[in-house]
Design a protein around this ligand. Structure first.
Ligand SMILES: *[C@@H]1O[C@H](CO)[C@@H](O)[C@H](O)[C@H]1NC(C)=O
Ligand SMILES: *[C@@H]1O[C@H](CO)[C@@H](O)[C@H](O)[C@H]1NC(C)=O
Ligand SMILES: *[C@@H]1O[C@H](CO)[C@@H](O)[C@H](O)[C@H]1NC(C)=O
Length: 253
């Protein structure tokens, strides 16, 4: 579902265009989609003592459209909760996947930012600060299958190549129980001998966990929850269920 009031759309077009500092040709198509399974729930501080992902809060906002417009003025805003009773507009930098971390607050709706440059379908959220669309796949597969799956939809396995990107993904992964204790395949492999991003670019920032990489037979890379999501080498296509992980597809825009 999307907010489709013509006036809102004009606001979005204007604001996103103004905010776009890098080349984002399709930026005019920014929109929010509502995740109705989150209805009546709100997340204030995910993950207990996790660093707060709240970007800003506003009170006495009169509609979800107004909250959406507020979100668009902040480049680090990717999702928001709107409560029609008290007009609370609570904006976050990350997306949320489930209500298990949420408090009950009847009358709340939850919306995520995306745009037409992101692959279609629910699940791809836009994080403008990094020019990135990404989607978490709650599906345990070998690394090779994860890469094939991302590639098949015109995306690629997540490339966590900068500290900023790692921090964003860390906050997202730590933010809900759906992801907190999971391993996530990322788009790096040692198939050619050294850790290498699959798009062929040089590795300029390393984020191996302590004592990793650990095995010459483990040639693919994931972010392991018990390494605080730092890089860990893993088998690419063998080892049974213990070597099958969730994954994140991304698309740079
Ligand atoms: C919201 O509006 C009500 C009524 O106008 C006012 O009493 C209240 O202080 C406002 N809340 C905030 C946080 O601005
Ligand atoms: C929300 O609504 C449900 C039923 O519709 C009710 O049982 C619950 O007490 C309400 N919770 C709050 C916080 O108002
Ligand atoms: C997926 O795409 C990457 C380029 O991003 C390429 O290096 C890789 O070989 C592709 N993998 C598959 C399984 O098609």
């Amino acid at each position: 579902m999307q907010l489709d009031a013509p006036s809102l759309l004009r606001t979005l077009i204007l604001m996103v265009t103004l905010l776009a500092t890098s080349a984002t040709p399709g930026a005019s198509s920014a929109r929010f989609y509502r995740l109705s399974f989150m209805d009546d729930h709100i997340i204030f501080t995910p993950g207990g003592n996790l660093e707060d992902t709240t970007v800003a809060q506003r009170f006495n906002v009169t509609s979800s459209s107004q909250c959406a417009a507020e979100c668009l003025t902040m480049e680090s805003c990717s999702s928001f909760f709107y409560h029609r009773g008290d007009g609370l507009c609570l904006m976050h930098s990350v997306l949320f996947l489930g209500k298990d971390e949420a408090s009950l607050k009847n009358g709340t709706t939850y919306w995520q930012l995306t745009q037409d440059d992101c692959p279609s379908g629910e699940g791809f959220v836009l994080y403008r600060e990094l020019g990135l669309c990404y989607k978490y796949h709650d599906q345990l597969v070998y690394w090779d299958t994860a890469e094939t799956t991302c590639n098949a939809t015109g995306t690629s396995l997540l490339k966590v190549d900068t500290p900023d990107k790692f921090r964003h993904m860390y906050l997202f992964l730590r933010g809900s129980t759906a992801t907190r204790a999971k391993h996530v395949s990322i788009g790096a492999s040692e198939k050619t001998g050294s850790a290498l991003w699959r798009d062929g670019s040089d590795v300029t920032w390393f984020n191996w966990a302590d004592n990793e990489p650990s095995s010459p037979t483990e040639q693919c890379v994931n972010m392991g929850w018990f390494f605080s999501f730092k890089w860990n080498d893993v088998p690419c296509s063998s080892g049974g269920t213990i070597a099958q992980y969730n994954f994140i597809c991304q698309k740079d825009i």
